[in-house]
Design a protein around this ligand. Structure first.
Ligand code: HDE
Length: 711
């Protein structure tokens, strides 16, 4: 996996806008060399500062304007460069060159984000994650601005400001930050039955991922592919992580938010720096246009998935992230995505949520980046040269020569010319449309519960428990009982026992709902939609459960080795090498940051002390090894911290390996009290402990033993 960084010409082209301060003299922005960067210009040594100090004024003015408005949503983000490689041509379906020519490598920039929190909020909030990809194709930039959840809260763009106002901190006191657990969010949700499918996903562990590299990516809306003959297919986009889809526990997420709020950002950065490049399979679900009406839901409804049992995801390529940005602001902050950045061969559908997004993204860049010239910022530039008659505006970079800025023209020889379709000119798909001008939701959008049920029914028992607990947590923060009651009423349409369990913990009764439902035709009742035919489509879909994900690799897993002086160097080094050979990351934790002298005299350099980190920052723990080390770890100063590490890792269902000589630690921990079989607890008596440990790490967690471990 540690392949070389891509040296793609186009990436170099993008990188050529970078600058370095190595071996240079300090200058003003006008290039004037600065002689004193320590003192302002004053009238005498103890006198007032002079207005004429243009160096001071330039520096302070620039500083005063360093911040730009953060994104209205998705403000908190992390980005990386990479490459898209096509393995199998999609020529039969689309004429987009980056999806048809298998010898082509397309540079990409990907930005992951949370939705609700501010730029400085924690990575581990319970939230949807943005998964936005800019493909720098030879035919222009193509942006796929997706999420890690394949559906959305609302069906129509006109509801988006309401949704976002409801989830953001409440306007009177700006509380809570980066959290949906409050009155206004659940008030809105309780009155929006169309959000219930999405609610199942955001209350599941999908909303607290272990890392960006262990999340799926979805285009969400149905798009269109158009091939050379002009034939269209509907398409859904998927990115499936090679490392599997894995999450943390909610208790863990809350603690990580305190110990390391940059947990995901750091993981992405460190993975790429160490050559553990995050990678996804790129797949599509394809539906011929003539099959549009074959489903019992509407393909244009963004609150619906197409179950993989009905239309399989076919894999065509890979997405690999292999280069960290050089400058967070210039790249990750200034990157501007837009679902309307298209290339020939890809087009929209009439999904009313997508249609609204097509307006929003340019509009928002105008206030966020401050100019219609945001496409000239290096990270946003197309690698295909831009030629048009647009001119001027704030911060224009391009210097276009000549006196012609209009078309048609004869003075400029008619240039630049329109491109014919055969020359790569974009032409919108010629879809036949007819209808009355109307504000109404199609009847085909009306079933809000079948797929919510499908999702819930597809979860393993422990995933159901986590989902229930998430709802209980969130609703327990809602101060108005009527809101809690309405949400429980909604859950009752999905699963009666789920509604009952939640109701019993949040102090309300399960009641039949009577509520205003703005999205439904006045005479329809959502309960009527629970026909037998629909029930048949709610049984289960394997792809929806994280229990069925990839569990065969320890790549990128972080393993904490808790050691102390006198530790058995042979055992430690051997295990460390074995784990690192499989691209896991081993970090030494010791009582202090001083080098640890082992039994053989070799020194181990700790990355953390027992005080500077916590078990929630690791996927697994190795304790030891050796009696001398165990003694120090159990002395009055360290005992409490060591046991806290172990007991917490145990509670969060992690793999724990007690090395030779650490029986005294094992016996004092909660682990020894439990008598059940536990494949993720490894000790000196196991026949092949290293192998058992590796398998347990690859499995991620023993969630199925959570109840026993926490009993
Ligand atoms: Fe966005 N969304 N969105 N969104 N969205 C933005 O654009 C908007 C929606 C998504 O890393 C904003 O540049 C509307 C769905 C991502 O820079 C803004 C509607 C999906 C990102 C905006 C939606 C997304 C954004 C804020 C409903 C999943 C971060 C800053 C009609 C398919 C991109 C910006 C990045 C960002 C509007 C719904 C994904 C305000 C109006 C559905 C990943 O333009």
């Amino acid at each position: 996996m540690k392949d070389k960084k891509t040296t793609n010409d186009k990436l170099d082209q993008l990188a050529s806008h970078t600058t370095s301060n190595d071996d240079t003299k300090l200058t003003t922005n006008q290039g004037l060399k600065i002689n004193d960067n320590q003192n302002s210009l004053t009238a005498g040594e103890r006198g007032a500062t002079l207005l004429e100090d243009f160096i001071l004024r330039e520096k302070i003015t620039h500083f005063d304007h360093e911040r730009i408005p953060e994104r209205i949503v998705h403000a908190r983000g992390s980005g990386a460069h990479g490459v898209f490689r096509l393995k199998k041509s999609l020529k039969q379906y689309t004429k987009a060159k980056f999806l048809t020519e298998t010898d082509r490598e397309t540079p990409v920039f990907v930005r992951f984000s949370t939705v609700a929190g501010s730029k400085g909020s924690t990575d581990l909030a319970r939230d949807v994650r943005g998964f936005a990809i800019k493909f720098y194709t030879e035919e222009g930039n193509y942006d796929l601005v997706g999420n890690n959840i394949p559906v959305f809260f609302i069906q129509d763009a006109i509801k988006f400001p309401d949704l976002v106002h409801a989830v953001k901190p409440e306007p009177h006191n700006e509380i809570p930050q980066a959290a949906s657990a409050h009155d206004t969010f659940w008030d809105f949700i309780s009155l929006m039955p169309e959000s219930m499918h999405m609610i199942m996903w955001v209350m599941s562990d999908r909303a607290i991922p272990r890392s960006f590299s262990r999340m799926e990516g979805f285009g969400v809306h149905t798009f269109r592919f158009i091939n050379d003959e002009g034939k269209a297919h509907f398409v859904k986009f998927h990115f499936k992580p090679k490392l599997g889809v894995h999450s943390v526990a909610w208790d863990e997420a809350q603690k990580i938010s305190g110990v390391d709020p940059d947990f995901h950002k750091r993981d992405l950065w460190e993975s790429i720096e160490s050559g553990n490049f995050p990678e996804w399979d790129f797949g599509v679900q394809l539906i011929p246009e003539e099959d549009e009406d074959k489903f019992d839901f509407d393909l244009l409804d963004p609150t619906k998935i197409i179950p993989e049992e009905e239309v399989p995801v076919e894999i065509f390529g890979t997405l690999t992230l292999n280069r960290n940005p050089d400058n967070f602001f210039a790249e990750t902050e200034q990157v501007a995505f837009h679902p309307g950045h298209l290339v020939p061969g890809i087009d929209f559908s009439n999904d009313p949520l997508l249609q609204g997004r097509l307006f929003s993204y340019t509009d928002t860049q105008l206030s966020r980046l401050g100019s219609p010239n945001f496409h000239e910022i290096p990270i946003n530039r197309s690698v295909n040269p831009v030629h048009n008659n647009q001119r001027d505006g704030h911060m224009r970079q391009q210097i276009v020569k000549g006196k012609v800025s209009y078309e048609p023209n004869s003075i400029g020889g008619g240039c630049p010319f329109q491109a014919m379709m055969s020359e790569g000119g974009f032409a919108s798909h010629q879809e036949r449309v007819s209808g009355t001008k109307i504000r109404a939701r199609s009847e085909s959008f009306v079933d809000h519960y079948s797929q919510a049920k499908l999702f819930y029914n597809s979860q393993s028992d422990y995933e159901k428990t986590h989902l229930q607990n998430a709802l209980i947590f969130e609703l327990s923060k809602v101060t108005i009982p009527e809101i809690r009651e309405r949400v429980v009423g909604q859950l009752n349409f999905i699963d009666k026992s789920l509604a009952q369990t939640v109701a019993s913990k949040v102090g309300v009764e399960v009641k039949e709902l009577e509520f205003p439902n703005q999205s439904l035709p006045a005479d329809s009742n959502p309960a009527d939609l629970q026909s037998e035919e629909r029930e048949a489509h709610t049984r289960a879909s394997e792809a929806l459960s994280m229990a069925n994900t990839v569990k065969n690799t320890i790549q990128g897993r972080k393993i904490g080795f808790i050691v102390a002086s006198g530790a058995d160097f042979g055992i430690i080094n051997d295990l460390k090498n074995k784990l690192e050979d499989q691209n896991a990351v081993v970090e030494i934790i010791a009582p202090s940051l001083a080098p640890v002298k082992t039994d053989k005299g070799d020194a181990l350099t700790p990355k953390h002390s027992l005080t500077s980190t916590a078990s929630v920052c690791f996927d697994a723990l190795f304790i030891g090894a050796g009696e001398e080390a165990a003694k120090e770890l159990m002395n009055a100063e360290n005992k409490h911290k060591v046991l806290q590490f172990i007991n917490e890792a145990y509670q969060h269902c992690k793999a724990i390996y007690f090395g030779e000589g650490t029986e005294v630690i094992y016996k004092s921990s909660n682990v020894a009290v439990k008598k059940h079989e536990d494949p993720a607890i490894v000790n000196w008596e196991d026949s092949d402990p290293d192998h058992k440990f590796t398998e347990a790490i690859a499995n991620h967690r023993v969630w199925e033993l959570e109840a026993e471990r926490n009993a």
